[in-house]
Design a protein around this ligand. Structure first.
Ligand code: NAG
Ligand code: NAG
Ligand code: NAG
Ligand code: NAG
Ligand code: ZN
Length: 463
């Protein structure tokens, strides 16, 4: 898929694992030819790739991820599981010989509570559902009302006279995540403006075996807050067909959801310090929290683990890059963004990397930076020839690196074979079973080569 930019406010999950790589330059000070300079890393790149694809680090990323997600399970923002996850990563990365510290952050604390939905007319049927993050709950006895099924926001407006007192079922077709997610994000407030009492939103996915997919939703300021949940593609289509036949469809939805005050949490940061310019940083990151369904293996356990793994690989090489700091972190994303942004000196960040689009087989490196920086990165990705991933694509993606990139720091993200990503995203299907050890190895090798070489180059990437 063309990778989709998710507005930060819609992002699923608040916690991050970052890898910081503080490296330094070993190169000859007079050498200014970047092409030649980057090419001089061919041996190191080959060494990294061999170490991961067929050497001692082979399948380690997958094993680390499965050890972690099998032990902890999912870890939603504000939960006890998230605290366990942070403690686990702190210990695991320390045992791995990395320099680890925690940075306090405040994170959102929404709790799902007991919930359920059933169709009561024209026949009883249980509906698979998941309340949406930040939704209010229903009264204890639930809300029971006739549904009005709409296929778009325009369709909703055309039924303005018939929405009051109803539950609106959004049965919008899936176009792309970035486009269709607007229904999950804004459906509740749009329906509430017309008097709806609750919304049930068809899950934002191109494929379904009756799986609800949760995610954040955003209430509009000044609009009544009504309960919002997602239902399956199958049930949205079922109700649409019934209403199309002129049948009266009634649903009862019950949700115990509530939002508590922001919770205390931490960004988990692991570092390898360089010796020449230890103040300069290459940052690798993924988020450690997940939704409260499945194992959070894909979103974003994989991204967090390859960011740790890249530091391990660099450590295993036994030649600390000279110039900069490699940093790997696990944190609350919203908190992280606020916390880091206010305390770091962004001019020391050479490159910020984020993996949050899956760790399937990598196909390219996505990069945001100046023309001159792109030229350097074009050379860097050539070092990935043994893995056939020598493509550099414009525009890095990442909720957490967004503020850095806006401030002018070059950013990078992984483009992977992600056609199945949204099949599992935010659902019970996000488990270890969708991960492949070989694909994760390739992601880790790519991540390590890029981070090591950029950090070790004589100059920081041109802004
Ligand atoms: C995963 O856990 C097992 C059992 O605790 C341990 O032996 C193994 O070394 C772990 N694997 C990795 C890669 O950490
Ligand atoms: C509202 O519903 C009634 C019957 O249920 C129908 O006759 C009427 O056309 C609908 N109005 C709108 C604006 O859809
Ligand atoms: C940030 O780092 C740059 C480069 O090291 C330095 O020149 C500048 O003074 C620093 N700014 C602050 C506010 O510390
Ligand atoms: C790269 O592509 C070549 C030629 O298609 C193939 O032989 C090789 O196995 C590929 N290497 C990897 C690591 O996928
Ligand atoms: Zn994510």
């Amino acid at each position: 898929m063309a990778v989709e930019r998710r507005p930060p406010s819609l992002h699923a999950s608040p916690l991050l694992l970052w890898s910081l790589l503080l490296v330094g330059c070993e190169c000859v000070p007079t050498q200014r030819d970047t092409t030649k300079e980057v090419a001089s890393y061919t041996d190191v790149a080959n060494q990294i790739i061999k170490l991961v694809l067929s050497g001692p680090a082979q399948k380690r990323s997958y094993q680390r991820l499965s050890n972690f997600t099998d032990a902890i399970g999912n870890r939603v923002s504000g939960s006890h599981n998230l605290e366990l996850a942070i403690a686990y990563m702190y210990q695991a990365m320390s045992q791995d010989g990395l320099d680890v510290h925690l940075e306090p952050v405040k994170i959102p604390h929404w709790v799902r509570g007991e919930e359920g939905a059933e169709m009561t007319q024209p026949r009883p049927k249980r509906l698979a559902m998941l309340g949406l993050g930040s939704s209010v709950g229903t009264p204890p006895e639930g809300i029971e009302a006739e549904v009005v099924v709409v296929s778009s926001f325009e369709d909703l407006k055309s039924r303005a006279g018939n929405v009051t007192g109803r539950i609106v079922v959004f049965n919008q077709p899936f176009v792309s995540y970035s486009e269709t997610v607007a229904y999950r994000a804004f459906g509740a407030s749009e329906a509430a403006k017309l008097g709806a009492v609750a919304v049930l939103i068809r899950s934002i996915t191109p494929f379904s075996i009756n799986s609800p997919h949760t995610g954040w939703q955003d209430y509009q300021e000044g609009v009544r807050r009504i309960p919002a949940a997602c239902i399956t593609v199958e049930d949205a289509q079922l109700m649409s067909r019934m209403v199309g036949r002129g049948q009266r469809v009634v649903v009862r939805v019950t949700m115990g959801a509530k939002t508590l005050p922001d919770a205390d949490s931490f960004n988990t940061v692991a570092e390898i310090k360089g010796w020449l310019h230890p103040e300069q940083v290459v940052l690798l990151s993924g988020h450690l929290d997940s939704w409260d369904v499945g194992q959070g293996a894909m979103d974003d356990g994989g991204g967090a683990i390859i960011s740790w793994e890249a530091l391990s690989i660099i450590k295993d090489l036994g030649k600390p890059a000279a110039t900069e700091d490699h940093e790997s972190r696990a944190v609350d994303r919203r908190g992280a963004r606020r916390g880091r942004g206010s305390t770091v000196n962004m001019s020391n960040y050479d490159l910020v990397m984020e993996s949050d689009l899956g760790t399937f087989a990598p196909v390219a490196l996505q990069f945001t930076g100046s023309k001159a920086a792109q030229k350097v990165m074009q050379e860097v990705v050539k070092l990935l020839a043994p893995m056939n991933t020598t493509r550099l694509e414009p525009r890095a993606e990442g909720t957490d690196i967004g503020p850095w990139m806006q401030a002018g720091v070059p950013g990078a993200s992984l483009h992977v074979q992600d056609s199945r990503y949204f099949w599992f995203h935010h659902s019970e299907g996000d488990t270890m079973s969708v991960q492949s050890p070989d694909d994760m190895d390739r992601c880790s090798a790519l991540w390590a080569v890029v981070a090591y070489v950029v950090a070790d180059l004589q100059d920081m990437l041109p802004r």
